[in-house]
Design a protein around this ligand. Sequence first.
Ligand SMILES: C[S@@+](CC[C@H](N)C(=O)[O-])C[C@H]1O[C@@H](n2cnc3c(N)ncnc32)[C@H](O)[C@@H]1O
Length: 184
Amino acid sequence: MIDLLQMQKAMILAHLREGDTAVDFTMGNGNDTLFLSRTVGETGKVYAFDIQEKALESTAAHLKEQGAPENYTLLLASHDRVREFVHEPIKAGMFNLGYLPGSGHKEITTMRKTTMPAVEAALDLLAPDGVLLVAVYPGHEEGTLEGEMLDAYFATLDRKQICVTKIRIVNSPSSPFFFVCEKK
Ligand SMILES: C[S@@+](CC[C@H](N)C(=O)[O-])C[C@H]1O[C@@H](n2cnc3c(N)ncnc32)[C@H](O)[C@@H]1O
């Protein structure tokens, strides 16, 4: 059976190398930050964003426990402010939309009004041969609406500059799905 998380990682690994710069736009408990940090290694850089102090604490502890290379900057800021903090092209970006797992605060979730400008800024920051992965959780109302918004937006992009692929389980419509945006 296809494992969506493994597939997401494989898509990132097709583009991201040691020494590159990457951004985790939704840090949460730091699982994606750890993956990016290990992939780019000591000579690379990772920026990670979240709006919850709790996410930063949990991620900092996780990265330390796992012995991640000290190549990361954890930012308590909304991801649509990425341009204030990241001033160089990035080789990979990850969005895992939704709310912080295990926090009990399902109301603190990613929202269309900030997700849209953040995704646009992320695409602008992508280096040639860079990749942006956006995972959507349609199991709640805002998640469904984010998915619809992104579907419509990605369909307008010029295929010669950015190729967008969607991976979705057709016979499980409430399961998470993701977009892979690859820059030429
Ligand atoms: C599904 S979780 C991310 C999971 C995470 N990538 C991991 O590996 O554990 C979504 C996270 O996005 C955060 N978030 C919500 N709105 C945000 C925003 N505007 N900017 C940055 N992070 C945001 C939430 O606080 C939550 O921690």
